[in-house]
Design a protein around this ligand. Structure first.
Ligand code: 5GP
Length: 190
């Protein structure tokens, strides 16, 4: 997606540890017009698929999922990151190792909001090692619902997540795939 790639080049900042900061339009301040274009592009890519729910993970996924959901006309469910071991109530849970924070979270979704009849599109901001997508896919599978695929705004193609997930049979659509990035050479897209 050209507008997204242009924006990454213009406003993205490359940080130590293979982290791409896009706080000025995606992760802190949000450019809702760009998100609307992103939502439209996800809709175009998954056109013809039966999707009745979008699943994402707090916090950065929520805005992306909500604007995309307007194009799909479906509700959004977001997985909560639990900081306690005592997860209350009737929930599906999974463990996710955070790439940016280097710690393991339990993520959870209430059983009320995922059912075996659901056809779920998973959306997230970044794909790095694939832990977040794996955790979300596991939750959908545990609920008996169907994972239709995953839509990612920025995939870091030099990390293993995309390969791992595609090889496992998951359809992953990434709007910008970064093949390499460095302060000297900037961001190189696939
Ligand atoms: P994964 O689970 O695929 O290793 O990492 C994906 C998650 O980590 C995303 O939900 C995202 O929040 C965060 N993340 C991974 N890499 C980056 C990055 O380069 N920049 C930012 N801003 N977030 C990232």
């Amino acid at each position: 997606m050209k507008a997204l790639k242009d924006r990454i080049v213009k406003d993205g900042n490359i940080r130590e540890g293979n982290v791409l900061k896009v706080d000025s339009f995606l992760n802190h301040q949000i450019d809702v017009n760009l998100l609307d274009e992103i939502g439209k592009e996800f809709k175009r890519r998954f056109e013809g698929e039966k999707i009745n729910k979008i699943l994402t993970i707090e916090a950065s996924g929520i805005a992306i999922a909500c604007i995309a959901a307007r194009h799909f006309n479906v509700p959004v469910v977001f997985a909560k990151k639990s900081k306690t071991k005592n997860i209350a109530g009737d929930v599906y849970t999974s463990k996710v190792e955070s790439f940016t924070h280097g710690r393991v979270y339990d993520i959870m979704v209430s059983k009320e909001f995922l059912n075996p009849e659901d056809h779920v599109l998973i959306l997230d901001d970044f794909l790095a090692n694939g832990q977040a997508l794996l955790g979300l896919s596991q939750i959908v599978k545990d609920s008996g619902a169907t994972v239709v695929g995953a839509g990612i705004v920025i995939e870091k193609g030099f990390q293993d997540g995309g390969k791992l997930l595609r090889e496992s049979g998951l359809r992953v659509e990434s709007l910008a795939i970064v093949d390499s990035m460095s302060v000297e050479e900037g961001v190189v897209f696939r």
